[in-house]
Ligand binder design. Structure first.
Ligand SMILES: Nc1nc2c(c(=O)[nH]1)N[C@H]1C(S)=C(S)[C@@H](COP(=O)(O)O)O[C@H]1N2
Ligand SMILES: [Mo]
Length: 343
């Protein structure tokens, strides 16, 4: 399945050029030309190299592992589901990296930025197991090698009713799953985050809500959807630790908690997995967790969201959209399902 570009002309320079963060005009025009050719045709775009840390202002230089450097340099503006021209400006890097949820490093929004330096991200290996013919333990480098990095500008909508717009660099999750050769019994994909209390102080705390490892899951067709990516970078560079280095899931039509960070295990399974937040409060957090303004959280409304950055004088509250604005691409996955029951 190919990614649909919403409407001709939907992506404008203003979408990706706020005052504080912008893509270099020259390179960006290359991306636009590619979009112009394919917009409305429902085609995946083959674009030009676009992403580089130098394309963004106020983004500190990264320190990627050697194998990731050429991938960053050759990243491709392959496909984008555009953001709305007025509403969706890129969130400044500083906000995206200092207002985080990553409970392994503490429950405060500033805790991950403060504590995640201790995370050792190289070397990093990932176990792929369960209902697959080609499983095993893989170096992240080998897992990522066959796929070209793509830049995707996605909205990220947390279940707590705040949101951001982040330019990710990632590879399709479906690529990695296909290479593992799932058997006919594989119905769901389960993901687990690293457990390492000596690096992750939040895992050590006796107050921890979560029964580690942090666990997430997707139905097979959700996992194979081209919008679902494994993120290896953001803002033209590798992922900062607090954002889930060295790689994390990004599923933009679901609440942020589905986008599990610092993954060490991917299991293809027959039964629907229980994700961490569902295990803690099954009445409040479901397995599907599709962004849905019509189904409120029991303790707050999901009809609107606070788009970061905001302030007391500019609360920046906007309407939440069905499937976070990606309904055209993903609604068919849920045809005939009662989304109030399967929240
Ligand atoms: N392992 C792990 N992954 C996680 C979380 C977490 O606490 N632990 N928090 C989730 C939540 S609630 C959100 S909103 C996003 C936040 O991603 P960001 O900090 O990169 O914006 O990460 C998700 N992934
Ligand atoms: Mo979240």
């Amino acid at each position: 399945m190919l990614i649909k570009i919403a409407k001709p002309g939907d992506l404008r320079e203003s979408d990706v050029t706020p005052e504080s963060v912008y893509l270099s005009r020259r390179r960006f025009m290359g991306g636009l030309a590619g979009l112009g050719l394919s917009a409305g045709a429902g085609l995946a775009l083959s674009g030009r190299a676009l992403a580089a840390a130098s394309d963004y202002q106020d983004v500190p230089a990264g320190n990627p592992p050697g194998w990731l450097e050429p991938k960053l340099a050759n990243a491709e503006w392959e496909s984008v589901v555009p953001a709305d021209r007025q509403l969706d400006k890129l969130t400044p890097f500083d906000d995206a990296t200092h207002y985080n949820n990553f409970y392994e490093f503490g429950t405060g929004k500033g805790d991950p930025a403060r504590n995640a330096d201790a995370l050792k991200t190289q070397p990093w290996s990932v176990v792929i197991d369960g209902e697959v013919n080609n499983g095993g333990r893989f170096d992240l480098e080998d897992l990522a090698k066959p796929s070209r990095l793509q830049e995707r500008i996605y909205r990220l909508r947390c279940v707590e009713a705040w949101s951001m717009v982040i330019p990710w660099l990632g590879i399709p999750l479906g690529d990695v799953i296909k290479r593992a050769e799932p058997t006919s019994k594989a119905k769901y994909v389960k993901f687990e985050t690293l457990v390492a209390p000596e690096q992750m102080p939040g895992q050590d705390s006796s107050f921890a809500l979560i029964d580690w490892p942090y666990t997430e899951g997707l139905r097979m067709d959700e996992a194979m959807h081209p919008l679902a990516i494994l993120g290896l970078g953001m803002y033209g560079r590798e992922l900062p630790n607090q954002n889930g280095a060295p790689f994390r899931l990004v599923v933009p039509w679901k609440y942020g908690f589905k986008s599990i960070k610092s993954i060490v295990r991917i299991s293809l399974v027959e039964e629907q997995p229980v994700n961490s937040w569902q295990a803690i409060a099954p009445d409040e957090y479901g397995f599907y967790a599709n962004v849905n303004p019509e189904v409120d959280h029991p303790r707050w409304s999901q009809a609107t969201e606070r788009r970061l950055p905001n302030s007391l004088f500019n609360p920046n509250i906007i309407d939440t959209r069905m499937f976070n604005g990606y309904a055209e691409e993903v609604a068919s996955l849920y045809q005939g399902m009662d989304l109030r029951k399967h929240f």
